[in-house]
Structures are given as structure tokens and as C-alpha cells.
Unconditional design. Structure first.
Length: 138
């Protein structure tokens, strides 16, 4: 194989590699963009806040004692907000489903019920205990 042939082969391999990297990146970006991320647990948020405040602000142990309950209270309020929001979202979706059911035939309603069960199972499987599972229909 002469030098020109090696360059062509190298160029073809590089082009194929770049095309694969570009399509993989595009597919990965599309998948990540559509994937819902469950919220971080409030205990983890609180731990990160404590560590950040202590390291970046140089808080004394006395100050950490005062700030700790403030963080805990804030995390309790955050958990309440998350539950209320999830309840409102599930309520809105349930209301929409009730309205949609009114426009369906009995056969379509049966299929719709199957779809609804699949959706609820998916949510429970995907998010588990981290979600507001008490707001999901049974």
C-alpha cells in the first residue's frame, strides 16, 4: 500500500469515527433531554448545603449549630411543597382523564383503563418511594 492509500484509509476511518461520535452524541442528547430526573432527596440537599456553608463560609461549630435547624426547617417546607405540587399535578391529570373518558366508546374506555394502569405502574417503577406515590390513583 502506498503513502496516498494509507492517507485515504486513515481519512476514511477518521470520517467514520467522527460520524459515529456525532450521531451517538445527538442520540444521547435527545434521550437525556426527554428523560425525567427524579428530585434529589431533601436529606442529600441538606447535607450538601451544610458542607457548602461550612467549607465556603468557614462557619464555626456554634454557627453550624444555629444554621442546621434552619436548613432542616427549609427541607421540611420543601418536602411539603413537593407533595402539594405532585398532588396538584396528579389531580389535574386525573381530571383530564375523566373528561377524556366521557368521549370514548366502551371498548376505548377499556383500552384507556389499560393505558392508565400502565402509566401508573411506570411511574411507581421509575420513581418508587421518591415520588408522591400516595397521590397516584390505586
Amino acid at each position: 500500500m502506498n503513502v496516498l492509500g494509507k492517507w485515504k484509509l486513515g481519512l476514511y476511518v477518521a470520517v467514520i469515527f467522527l460520524a459515529g461520535a456525532a450521531s451517538g452524541g445527538l442520540i444521547g442528547w435527545q434521550v437525556c433531554r426527554r428523560t425525567a430526573v427524579p428530585p434529589m432527596p431533601t436529606t442529600e440537599i441538606a447535607a450538601r448545603l451544610r458542607a457548602r456553608f461550612q467549607s465556603r463560609l468557614g462557619l464555626t461549630p456554634d454557627q453550624m449549630e444555629k444554621v442546621g435547624p434552619m436548613i432542616d426547617d427549609s427541607m421540611r417546607r420543601l418536602e411539603v411543597i413537593r407533595r402539594e405540587t405532585a398532588t396538584r399535578i396528579f389531580s389535574n391529570v386525573s381530571k383530564m382523564h375523566e373528561e377524556v373518558v366521557q368521549a370514548l366508546t366502551p371498548e376505548q374506555r377499556a383500552r384507556f383503563d389499560d393505558l392508565e394502569r400502565e402509566r401508573i405502574d411506570y411511574l411507581r417503577t421509575k420513581y418508587g418511594a421518591a415520588t408522591n406515590s400516595e397521590a397516584l390513583p390505586r
